[in-house]
Design a protein around this ligand. Structure first.
Ligand code: SF4
Length: 334
């Protein structure tokens, strides 16, 4: 999977680092002072992730937990995300990571205890009267490499002590092995992003198929965990209503509706830089076939009437199929 592994000297002897290195004992590794001295210092084209990927292991410095943007999450409680990894082994054509870092190399941060302390501070001091949410996977996929990072257990132990806070692991993977070893908690939600089967084949390169993800959702709910679903990003196609009707039926034939805490609906959108990267990396993708405009918030999106049509139609399909209005939220829309 990796050509070379770079490890920061400060965390070299942590048991967690040693465990990760054990997975890559046949890969050359180099001891470095700081990840920042190497990672992204020279621009590495995004598509090199296909055959030339390095791994960095180190310590996250600076702000460990960040406030999420408006309309990021479910409900009106405060939302935060924490950063325990950079980049992803999958290659979704619309992924915003392609315009975010200067490099597609993977980074694992192993100072989870420090991240945990900050989550505790925000939960027990700053928001003690509220129910804050913490999202993992803002810059990576939360489960795809969890068998290597072994961080799931740490966060289950942490949130056992924080019953008034929520944790969301967001994923497109079906790597549920470590997760299924944990005893379910009411305040930990595993959220799966889904698109209709054909769209997944075209745009979610290297990811598990939609049906495989739905099967993983069934396994996870059968084990007693709570889940959420992101129908996001929706890419417009002439028959999108039919495709989403099919997808909703597939979900409901596998997963009990009452086990789904919420379902979010969002239309494809990019920052200016990511849009430019998508046009360079995937010039022939049908994802680019529709008209995009630049909106007041600087994002590149479909024109408003199309966005509204998609959001209201998909919401209508969800309600028609038994979802309650308070289970559905529209993501990142004004
Ligand atoms: S799974 Fe998420 S993080 Fe990974 S490539 Fe796809 S959109 Fe990006």
């Amino acid at each position: 999977m990796f050509n070379r592994v770079f490890v920061e000297e400060d965390i070299l002897n942590l048991p967690r680092t040693k465990k990760i290195l054990e997975h890559f004992k046949n890969v050359d590794h180099e001891i470095i002072h700081r990840i920042d001295d190497y990672f992204g210092r020279v621009k590495k084209p995004y598509l090199q992730k296909r055959d030339n990927l390095n791994l960095y292991i180190g310590k996250k410095r600076g702000q460990l937990v960040k406030e999420a943007p408006n309309a990021y999450g479910f409900g009106s409680d405060p939302h935060y995300y924490f950063i325990h990894s950079y980049n992803c082994i999958y290659e979704c054509e619309y992924c915003y990571l392609q315009g975010y870092f200067n490099s597609p190399d993977i980074v694992f941060f192993v100072n989870h205890e420090e991240i945990g302390e900050e989550i505790k501070r925000l939960s027990l001091e700053v928001h003690k009267e509220k129910r804050p949410w913490f999202h993992a996977g803002e810059f990576s996929d939360s489960l795809a490499l969890s068998h290597i990072t072994s961080d799931i257990e740490f966060y289950f132990d942490l949130f056992k002590e924080l019953p008034n806070s929520f944790l969301e692991f967001r994923t497109k993977s079906v790597n549920t092995k470590d997760l299924l070893k944990q005893k379910p908690l009411e305040n930990i939600i595993i959220s799966f992003s889904l698109s209709p089967s054909e769209r997944t084949k075209k745009s979610d390169l290297g990811c598990p198929s939609s049906m495989t993800r739905i099967k993983a959702m069934r396994k996870v709910t059968n084990a007693g965990h709570k889940i959420a679903i992101h129908l996001d990003p929706i890419i417009y196609e002439n028959n999108f209503e039919e495709k989403y009707e099919e997808l909703i039926q597939e979900i409901l034939s596998s997963v009990d509706l009452t086990k789904i805490l919420y379902i979010s609906v969002g239309v494809v959108r990019f920052t200016k830089d990511v849009y430019r990267q998508v046009t360079q990396n995937y010039p022939k993708s049908d994802l680019l076939a529709m008209e995009f405009i630049k909106t007041a918030d600087g994002k590149v999106r479909y024109p408003r009437p199309i966005r509204m049509k998609i959001l209201s139609k998909v919401k209508e399909l969800l309600l028609k199929n038994g979802f309650k209005a308070n289970q559905v939220y529209l993501c990142m829309e004004d």
